[in-house]
Design a binder for this molecule. Structure first.
Ligand code: ADP
Ligand code: MG
Ligand code: MG
Length: 252
């Protein structure tokens, strides 16, 4: 599904990603862990096409298409979804109108008619119930005055509405209490099918008890310095990152 080769990217002239190789196949859940400032959010921003970052080297394809040649909205319509570390508030734009625009933009891209109002409301209700998002929130402006947990839950709701093929969850667990983390974990699991893939970026092993990755990567200093099975997350929880940093610092 996603194939990244030797990806280098910089922001404000500073190289952040220094040669990333990453292949994600259908039905795989990958975890990306790593110390703060390693480039995890940068990688998710580059995959989704954030214009602040410049790709200086390397390639990325999504279902065989050149990802780097696509605009951010095309990438979304192709089925890539990013849940932000810090969701933005959009005062004056109701959740309903926001979701209607997003869902119908994707349908248009796919050559489908926009959803009729009753169908759309039915979809909203179904997905809202799936992630246990309070109906009061869908009547408000996007994220405006939402608590941290409500914002995160709303991200999973948006993900459910857009039905992406590849979901990238960037530190969706930061700022979540245990109950909200359960909702996110369960919501993501309900949306997961063998045709879909997830990249979950996290500091902690806790979320990975619910969203179970088959492959765990450690990103450090702009490089994936270690890739292993789920036991790697457990080892990091026990030993921290120092041993991985030491190995990587010797190598690079
Ligand atoms: P992570 O998500 O792993 O914590 P980030 O991708 O957010 O790491 O950041 C990687 C590096 O890029 C950090 O050293 C950070 O300071 C730097 N960085 C991020 N955004 C900017 C920016 N706008 N200008 C300059 N440096 C930035
Ligand atoms: Mg960070
Ligand atoms: Mg980050």
């Amino acid at each position: 599904m996603l194939e990244i080769k030797n990806l280098h990217a910089s922001i404000a002239g500073k190289e952040i990603l220094k040669g990333i190789d990453l292949t994600v196949n259908d039905g795989e859940i990958h975890a990306i862990m790593g110390p703060n400032g390693s480039g995890k959010s940068t990688l998710s921003a580059v995959i989704t096409g954030n214009p602040l970052y410049t790709v200086t080297e390397g390639t990325a394809t999504f279902n065989g298409k050149d990802l780097l040649a696509m605009k951010p909205d095309e990438r979304a319509c192709e089925g890539i979804f990013l849940s932000f570390q810090y969701p933005v508030e959009i005062p004056g734009v109701s959740m309903t109108n926001f979701m209607k625009a997003a869902v119908n933009a994707k349908r248009k891209y796919q050559g489908l008619e926009p959803l009729k109002a009753p169908e759309f409301m039915k979809l909203m209700k179904e997905k809202r119930q799936l992630v246990e998002l309070d109906s009061k929130l869908t009547h408000r402006s996007v994220n405006e005055g939402f608590s941290g947990g409500e914002k995160k839950r709303n991200e999973i709701f948006q993900m459910a509405m857009l039905d992406p093929q590849l979901s990238i969850l960037d530190e969706t667990d930061s700022g979540l209490d245990v109950d909200a983390m359960r909702i996110v974990g369960e919501g993501v699991n309900k949306l997961f099918t063998p045709k879909k893939s997830i990249i979950v970026i996290t500091h902690y092993e806790r979320l990975l008890d619910m969203i179970k990755p088959s492959i765990v990567h450690v990103l450090y200093n702009g490089r994936i310095v270690r890739t292993d099975g789920p036991e790697l997350a457990k080892e990091i929880e026990k030993r921290g990152y120092d041993w991985i940093k030491e190995e990587a610092d010797k190598k690079y």
